[in-house]
Design a protein around this ligand. Structure first.
Ligand SMILES: Cc1ncc(COP(=O)(O)O)c(C=O)c1O
Length: 469
């Protein structure tokens, strides 16, 4: 696959506090009441808060070479077979014959057909069940508009904080990261992410059978977030529609973001089977179509050309290579933590791992690792109360860089580990010295790469939600 190293040379870092937009001093107020639901939201969304703390750390230690195992953005270049198709489509837009304006809100028919054939062959999902979109996150928001604010929602705890959160379904090492459904009350909607972000757990066929039965018994609708399905390497289902009867109770969201590096290009899809009905017998797909046509003017035609190329034989091979590459990197981080004696979960079917620090407060741990090791992680409690005592680590970078960084991480985490068991806790200054000393042993190129990436993301973050992945 294509791989470019970033050019050496430190770039200037534009450090901004990204957690909240600037407030202006004015006494004038409009007469428009604030949406009460917005007022209920917690002040800081997880990822902007992490970015704010990272920026504050860089202000305190301007020379710190931060390793980011936090926000999971992709880093590998998009394979040429895909960008060539996008470039061709972009150039065609400059010609009379190749120009196209607004497309179908549901996506181009050939893209929908290719998705159906690639991911849902033999599952009874047709192209008309598929809505191509600008990404899974946007579709999850549209689904919340579709269902309205009165429905009761269940979410895995922990789970990605982009869902509305009402009823938590605890997922822990004790229950194999699958909720004990006998204790879960009935809800209208069940958001279920598999492989799960952040635990990395993929539900087995047996577990998904139970979930579908649970939804059917309760008359609930499952929204199955399958954004990491291509990372599954065991026999866990890649689509909920592999489960008999799922078409009557489930919607599935999916994305090219983590397969082809489309986090910036933006392309995903949602499957709403025609068999799925509301309590009055009205097809859910018809209302979703209405929402899509009202709120969205269709995915970018250039992005759709890229999506089509992703689904060509060469594109599929390239995506498998990308996925394999990120999984190898994840393995390196797993080895780092397991060799230090930590309990590590996930990773097998997802590009991240979930590390247990029993008895530790997640944000304290985050602060300690950042302060002493210049490493940005994601505190588990940011994903829900069930994430307390855990840390999520994900890393997308060149393997050779990661191997070197792993050495540094081992040195530092060994200290954090000791600190956790109250053995001779070093001071912050000692740890900063240790971090710098370890860095000196690294190839200078590696340092520049890390710094470059980190500064890029802080420059890109102007608003709270810009950093939300
Ligand atoms: C579980 C999960 N679903 C959805 C998304 C967002 O996907 P997209 O980039 O298509 O909006 C992410 C992004 O990290 C994710 O982790």
């Amino acid at each position: 696959m294509t791989s470019h190293r970033r050019p050496a040379g430190r770039v200037s870092v534009d450090i901004r506090c990204v957690s909240s937009p600037p407030t202006v001093d004015t006494s004038y107020k409009t007469n428009v009441p604030r949406n009460a639901n917005m007022a209920k939201l917690q002040a800081g969304y997880l990822f902007p808060e992490i970015a704010r703390r990272r920026a504050a750390h860089l202000l305190k230690y301007p020379d710190a070479k931060i390793i980011s195992l936090g926000i999971g953005d992709t880093t590998e270049p998009i394979p040429n077979v895909i960008t060539n198709a996008m470039a061709e489509r972009a150039h065609a837009l400059s010609t009379i014959d190749g120009y196209s304006g607004y497309g179908a809100e549901q996506g181009e028919k050939k893209v929908r057909a290719a998705i159906a054939a690639t991911y849902y062959a033999d599952l009874g999902i047709e192209d008309s069940d598929i809505f191509v979109s600008d990404g899974a996150k946007c579709d999850i928001s549209r689904l919340q508009v579709l269902f309205g604010s009165n429905v009761i929602i269940a979410v895995q705890d922990p789970s990605d904080p982009k869902y509305g959160n009402i009823e938590y379904m605890r997922c822990s090492p004790e229950n194999g990261f699958f909720p004990d459904l006998s204790t879960v009350p009935r809800t209208d909607i069940i958001f279920f992410c598999s492989p799960n972000n952040p635990t990395g757990a993929a539900a087995s066929r047996d577990q998904l059978n139970k979930l579908v039965k649970f939804a059917k018994d309760n008359g609930s609708i499952i929204v199955h977030d399958s954004a990491y399905a291509m990372y599954i390497s065991d026999d866990s289902p890649k689509s909920i529609f592999e489960i008999p009867g799922a078409k009557e109770v489930a919607i599935e969201t999916a994305s090219f973001s983590k397969y082809a590096g489309f986090t910036g290009v933006r392309l995903g899809w949602t499957v709403v089977p025609k068999e799925l009905l509301f309590s009055d017998g009205h097809p859910v797909a018809k209302d979703f179509n209405r929402i899509v046509c009202t709120c969205f003017n269709g995915a970018s035609n250039i992005a759709q050309a890229g999506g089509l190329a992703c689904l060509s034989p060469e594109g599929l091979k390239a995506m498998h290579d990308v996925v394999g590459f990120y999984k190898e990197n994840t393995e390196i981080i797993v080895d780092t933590f397991t060799s230090l004696g930590f309990n590590v979960y996930g990773a097998k079917n997802a590009p991240y791992l979930w590390v247990h620090f029993p008895g530790r407060n997640s944000w304290d741990l985050f602060a300690e690792i950042l302060e002493k090791a210049n490493v940005v992680t994601t505190p588990g409690s940011g994903f829900g109360p069930g994430g307390e005592g855990f840390m999520c680590a994900e890393r997308y970078t060149a393997t050779e860089d990661l191997l070197k960084l792993s050495g540094r991480l081992q040195l530092i985490m060994a200290q954090v580990n000791k600190a956790a068991s109250n053995v001779c806790e070093p001071t912050s200054e000692e740890m900063q010295d240790a971090a710098f000393q370890s860095d000196e042993e690294e190839d200078e190129d590696v340092d520049e790469t890390v710094f470059d990436q980190d500064s890029d993301s802080s420059q890109n973050s102007d608003h709270d939600d810009d950093d939300a992945k």
